[in-house]
Write a protein that binds this ligand. Structure first.
Ligand code: F3S
Length: 393
């Protein structure tokens, strides 16, 4: 792998311990994928922030890097294991909270923006078309590649941090234009709202695995709908990007390409919901996987006005979006109805089983999939309206 003179100096430690370690990580990765060289990036996004994932060994390594390491590009952080300010309201115990705050402090020391959200593109980490970035968090990766047209591989938290410290990433995978071509055409009916898009994502994710679908048949899609689609595609399948004819920025380049063709029907989309029909009463209803946008919070508030929430209802969003909602009086309206706005985290990365939760309801296909397969919860997958009805009846 070609290294510039500066990169060679980084590798032998002339720019300090963190830079040297970060270069070692990137070069090892580059060798695995046969990368010809490193390329500059404009931003990074780091996952694996919950203390439950990092643990003491991971924290020790991060502390070593932070002894002299600083990020060179704009770098944001994925959700942590708790709301960083209101963790006691969530029922998180003090020991976990203290450890989680140690993890956050280490990232802060390295110059990482403590955004703690899986929607960095909603909190000012918005690359431009064609920018090379190094993002982890599968739902953010698929959004960056598909909707924004930036270029990133599915990084791990550690490789994204190494890229942030060096300002570089190995040139392979989706950084190369040829690898962004669709692998299979999927004709679909127009899905209905965010929930329809989420269920469609689950169907296509199963069909294409880690391929790149070229989706035909849609005539409109809102950013929040694409967010729901991508999250499901990337979790159920390993899809790193998708194209939608007439909608996503790179789709026009592949309009005439011949490829395998698949068809998804309305019945396929509806069948997803039937897979998640827990009979038990949910201990927790959560919306915001991926984290809610301001538009989504507004829509929820308009449904909840004048109603009383009778079950635990979490609305997960970034602190940035909550601040916007505070200014518009949306937070007040939601809290008056009895909903809890949870920032910086979500029920998948927070230790919610310790809070006595074992049955959840959500409108998120990704949230349902992880709740069942990772957390072992009973799950009800419902539309947003049905979730809110479940919470208020
Ligand atoms: Fe985000 Fe948690 Fe879902 S990190 S995408 S809300 S699993």
């Amino acid at each position: 792998m070609y290294l510039s003179k500066d990169e060679e100096r980084m590798l032998v430690g002339e720019f300090g311990y963190a830079m040297q370690k970060a270069m070692e990580i990137l070069i090892a990765l580059g060798k695995i994928y046969d990368a010809e060289k490193l390329i500059p990036i404009t931003s990074a996004h780091i996952s694996g922030v919950s203390y439950a994932n990092v643990g003491e060994d991971g924290l020790e390594f991060l502390e070593e890097l932070a002894s002299d390491g600083k990020v060179l590009v704009k770098t944001t952080l994925n959700p942590a294991g708790m709301d960083l300010d209101r963790w006691s309201l969530m029922g998180i115990d003090r020991e976990f909270a203290e450890n989680q705050l140690r993890v956050i402090d280490v990232y802060r020391k390295m110059g990482v923006e403590v955004t703690c959200t899986c929607t960095p593109y909603l909190v000012n980490n918005m690359p431009k078309l064609g920018d090379h970035v190094a993002w982890s968090e599968s739902s953010a990766v698929v959004y960056a590649n598909s909707v924004i047209g930036a270029r990133t591989n599915r990084e791990s938290g550690m490789s994204a941090l190494a890229a942030a410290i060096t300002g570089r990433t190995p040139l392979y995978g989706l950084h190369i234009k040829d690898n962004r071509q669709p692998t299979v055409e999927v004709r679909v009916p127009q899905p209905d709202g965010e929930f329809g898009f989420a269920c469609l994502g689950m169907v296509i994710g199963r069909l294409v695995g880690d391929g790149i679908p070229f989706i035909k048949g849609m005539f409109h899609a809102e950013p929040d709908e694409l967010k729901a689609l991508g999250a499901a595609l990337a979790s159920v399948g390993g899809v790193p990007m998708f194209h939608i004819e007439g909608i996503t920025p790179e789709a026009k380049e592949y309009a005439d390409r011949s490829m395998e063709k698949l068809v998804v029907t309305e019945a396929d989309i509806m069948s997803i919901k039937k897979e998640y029909t827990s009979e038990a009463d949910p201990d927790l209803i959560f919306l915001g996987c991926p984290h809610l946008s301001l538009i989504e919070l507004k829509k929820i508030a308009s449904v909840l006005i004048g109603k009383k929430v009778r079950k635990k209802l979490w609305l997960c969003c970034s602190k940035h979006v909550k601040l916007e909602a505070d200014k518009l009086g949306i937070t007040r309206a939601l809290e008056a109805a009895g909903a809890t706005i949870v920032c910086d985290t979500c029920p998948i990365v927070a230790p919610v089983r310790d809070l006595g939760i074992s049955v959840v309801a959500t409108n998120s296909a990704k949230g349902a999939w992880y709740s069942r397969n990772l957390n072992n919860f009973s799950v009800k997958l419902l539309s947003t309206e049905e979730c809110l009805r479940e919470a208020t009846e």
